[in-house]
Design a protein around this ligand. Structure first.
Ligand code: ADP
Ligand code: MG
Length: 373
């Protein structure tokens, strides 16, 4: 058990048992040129192997289930699990894989009928899909109501690292936040302010904070309805570091670097070099760093400098480093730095929600499984 969360060992004897494993096989795919689709990165399939192999080595028969993309509750050829099933069969021959869970509207609606279908013939349930654990969907919260259940290895690792960050971080603890939308992340900003020693803010998020301090931000991305909240957070007592310079384009669309004040018509797309250096110093001096959200529009190489610099600092610091968020993880991979980070979370929304609340619907469901209570 991890706290009161059951792990694989808590399932008891799995020999001869049929075990449903909820995996996150939401993998990137492309057209294969002959009308079919193929998996372009099998990382998420390989990541589920430790759990699958643990069960199979002990004589269980494993059936995996996952969603893929966003089909609207009915079958759609481009979201078929078939290419994933083929790859899984190469990596773990004989493991079954159900068709895309979201081909049935009962998955997202969490209907009794769909849960009953999922557990039909199933003796036990394992949740290894951290990226979906914040959703109260049928395959996440349904089976643990009926059969002995546990966290798989991937889920257990995520929970261990993220709850440790929330409950007993080594200080100084710094959170570095960026990305596009503040409104998505304000909850976690507030929760983090309770545990961190300081907050570093870049990305498009910084403009709403700068506006709250009265700086002109030109035509940069900005969420007017969040200004008051940002002002309240800035006055909350914990240090919040904002960029001292900004890179972007001027009113004529030409690449330019500015101070904290953006002229009218200018748009900020990255933190400037001075800010990148200042943020590096803060990361190097910390003992725990959590990073979520790129510092700029890093997909455009002109505006990747801030994100690259922060990623490099994350790799170089002696601090314990955790990165959450799909785009942040993609940035690390693009710079070839993911192996230098202590923990790269597989869940964007789920990692933020776990940090914010300390619990997720999928974890709450496991706590009430028949083998626990
Ligand atoms: P994550 O997936 O890591 O949680 P988000 O989804 O919140 O991150 O944000 C990532 C996106 O934010 C990227 O596509 C990036 O281009 C965009 N972004 C970051 N800074 C800016 C900016 N200054 N202006 C516009 N877009 C930005
Ligand atoms: Mg994202």
């Amino acid at each position: 058990m991890h706290g009161d969360l059951p792990e694989l060992e808590d399932l008891g004897d799995v020999r001869g048992r049929r075990v449903l494993v909820r995996t996150d096989f939401n993998v990137p795919m492309e057209d294969d040129g002959t009308g079919g689709r193929r998996v372009t990165d099998d990382f998420r399939i390989r990541a589920a192997l430790p759990t699958i192999e643990w069960l199979r080595e002990r004589g269980a028969s494993v059936v995996c289930a996952s969603h893929l993309g966003r089909p609207k509750g009915k079958p759609e050829a481009k979201y078929s699990m078939k290419p994933v099933a083929d790859r899984l069969d190469e990596l773990a021959p004989g493991v079954e894989l159900l068709e895309n869970l979201r081909f049935d509207a009962g998955e997202e609606a969490n209907t009794e009928e769909f849960v009953a279908r999922l557990i039909d013939g199933v003796d036990m349930y394992v949740d290894d899909a951290f990226g979906a654990a914040h959703r109260a969907h049928a395959s996440i919260v349904g089976p643990p109501r009926f059969v002995p259940s546990a966290m798989g290895r991937l889920l257990a690792k995520e929970v261990e690292v993220l709850l440790a960050l929330r409950e007993r971080p080594r200080h100084p603890f710094v959170a570095v936040l960026g990305g596009s939308k503040i409104s998505d992340k304000l909850g976690v900003v507030e929760a983090l302010l309770g545990v961190v020693d300081s907050l570093v803010i870049g990305g498009a998020m910084c403009f709403t904070f700068l506006a709250a301090q009265g700086y002109p931000i030109g035509d940069s991305l900005f969420e007017p309805d969040q200004v008051d909240t940002c002002r309240r957070l800035l006055e909350g007592g914990k240090p919040i570091h904002l960029p001292e310079d900004i890179t972007g384009v001027d009113a004529d669309g030409k690449y330019a670097t500015f101070g904290r004040r953006l002229p009218s018509g200018a748009k900020g797309f990255d933190i400037g070099p001075g800010s990148a250096a200042a943020f590096t110093d803060i990361i190097m001096e910390a003992r725990t760093v959590f990073w979520n959200g790129p510092m700029g529009m890093f997909e455009d190489s002109r505006f990747a400098h801030g994100t690259r610099t922060v990623a490099q600092a994350m790799a170089d610091t002696k601090a314990f480093t955790v990165v959450g968020g799909g785009d942040s993880a993609a940035a690390l991979a693009q710079f070839g730095l993911e192996d230098s980070i202590d923990h790269v979370s597989t869940g964007g929304g789920a990692s933020l929600e776990l940090l914010e609340l300390g619990v997720l619907p999928g974890l709450a469901a496991l706590r009430k499984a028949p083998n626990v209570s």
